[in-house]
Design a protein around this ligand. Structure first.
Ligand code: GLU
Length: 450
């Protein structure tokens, strides 16, 4: 098998959400796993609605997820190819002009429905004589162009859904070119897939019905057997059962990022939801790629639960090794010889990485201690061991302390925590204490803000 070439093809008419990320990641990870190439294709033939700003936004959303394309193409720069393909189809008699207005088509559909007929385009335009066409054009009508479908059953072995088929006799001849000469999505997509030698088209199952039409186009333009393999994954839907739309801003990748959700958690959630795998934290995209198996995607819709994503994000941090987060910590000013022990001490308490700043302040900065139980704290100062300190120091110290004061359990530990950290809760004191250091600990036990 040649090395796979896949593509993710968003329209830059908005930012991407987690459902789009699912498609992007499935393609990217599939390429990763099989040493293939991943192309980012901007479907921007609708020049009025597409913008460079959205395209740049999508690129940065993908980069944040760890997706760096091998190549980026823009359909708006490739109109020449589409024109040539349309010409070829006309020459083959597969693309024909039709002049009906939207209202005429709608009336015809209603008549068909009233008679119990399926609302399929009746190909009236194919029966127009040259004279009739000339008259319509003289009236100022411009044609749109339809693909003449072969009335055959198109079959493919879907990488996700298995044996699939669509009877093209049950479809209307699709419009490929609008009256104003602009292209709908169908033809440019196939032309690019041929030109870029795409081997696998992995996309949402909302595109299943396009597949038969596109396979006919591949065959017409590039010959029998030229169509790539197709895999249609289930779509993520919200808890209330609605699809995720581009405009449901809260689930945009940008919003999740803003909220402090970990990119690896977004990736694991986007890829594993709605498969026979559990949604679990991963250490890297490589690990997720190794686990990707299109056949394990379920046939039913995949319920996306924001609370599950949040918890996954926290669990992703809890198991993250220091090497993987070193740079991000350094960017937040957390570096130096204490940085690794600090990370290991606090990671298990984080809901979001941003919270490290507060804990770094506790060990490296100044806090206001909270003083409860003055007697206990006085004894605690007196029993404070000499340095060097390590993770065992806290246990040694509190054993000594128990011999001096009649306190145990929460009555012993809570006042120490309040004085040493100024907070009700947090990471294990045993891990924090050596990071705070003796001088600071002693001062805080005396109530000094240091
Ligand atoms: N621009 C199309 C979409 O976003 C691409 C579909 C495809 O992958 O073929 O739905």
């Amino acid at each position: 098998m040649p090395l796979p070439i896949v593509r993710f093809a968003p329209s830059p008419t908005g930012r991407i959400h987690i459902g789009n990320a699912r498609t992007a990641l499935m393609n990217f990870l599939f390429a990763r796993k099989n040493h293939g190439r991943f192309i980012l294709r901007f479907d921007d033939t609708d020049v009025a609605r597409s913008s460079e700003e959205y395209a740049a936004g999508i690129e940065s959303d993908l980069a944040w997820l760890g997706i760096v394309p091998n190549a980026i193409v823009r359909q708006s720069r490739r109109f020449g190819l589409y024109d040539a393909a349309a010409e070829k189809l006309r020459a083959f008699g597969r693309l024909y002009p039709a002049y009906e207005t939207a209202e005429e088509l709608e009336r015809r559909r209603r008549r068909q429905q009233a008679r119990g007929l399926p609302p399929i385009y009746d190909r009236a335009a194919l029966r127009l004589t040259a004279a009739e066409r000339t008259r319509l054009e003289a009236e100022g009508r411009r044609p749109h162009w339809r693909l003449k479908l072969d009335p055959t059953i198109v079959r493919w072995d879907d990488l996700v859904r298995g044996e699939s088929h669509i009877d093209c006799a049950s479809l209307s001849d699709p419009v490929l070119v609008r009256e104003d000469g602009t292209y709908l999505y169908t033809l440019p997509s196939v032309v690019d897939d041929i030109d870029l030698a795409v081997t696998h088209i992995i996309r949402g199952e909302d595109h299943v019905t396009n597949t038969a039409v596109q396979i006919q186009l591949f065959e017409a333009l590039a010959g029998h057997g030229s169509a790539p393999l197709f895999g249609h994954h289930n779509l993520l839907i919200s808890a209330s059962g609605e699809g995720l739309s581009k405009r449901s801003g809260a689930l945009s990748i940008a919003a999740l990022r803003e909220e402090g959700i970990e990119p690896l958690a977004v990736a694991a959630c986007a890829v594993l939801t709605g498969t026979s795998d559990s949604v679990h934290p991963v250490r890297s995209l490589e690990e997720l790629a190794a686990e990707l198996d299109l056949q394990r995607i379920s046939r039913t819709q995949a319920h996306f639960d924001p609370a599950e994503l949040k918890s996954l994000s926290a669990r992703t941090l809890h198991q993250m090794p220091f090497e993987d987060v070193r740079q991000r910590l350094a960017a937040a000013g957390i570096a130096g010889e204490k940085a690794e022990d600090f990370w290991l001490a606090v990671r298990g308490n984080l809901a979001a990485l941003g919270e490290v700043a507060e804990w770094w302040q506790v060990i490296a900065g100044k806090i206001v201690p909270r003083i409860e139980d003055v007697d206990l704290l006085a004894a605690a100062r007196e029993t404070l061991p000499e340095e060097p300190w390590d993770e065992a120091t806290f246990a040694r110290w509190t054993v000594l302390l128990k011999g001096r004061v009649d306190r145990k359990g929460k009555a012993l530990f809570h006042p120490l925590r309040l004085a040493l950290t100024g907070r009700e809760q947090g990471p294990e004191l045993a891990a924090l204490l050596p990071l705070i250091g003796r001088a600071k600990a002693e001062a805080r036990l005396s109530g000094h803000a240091v």
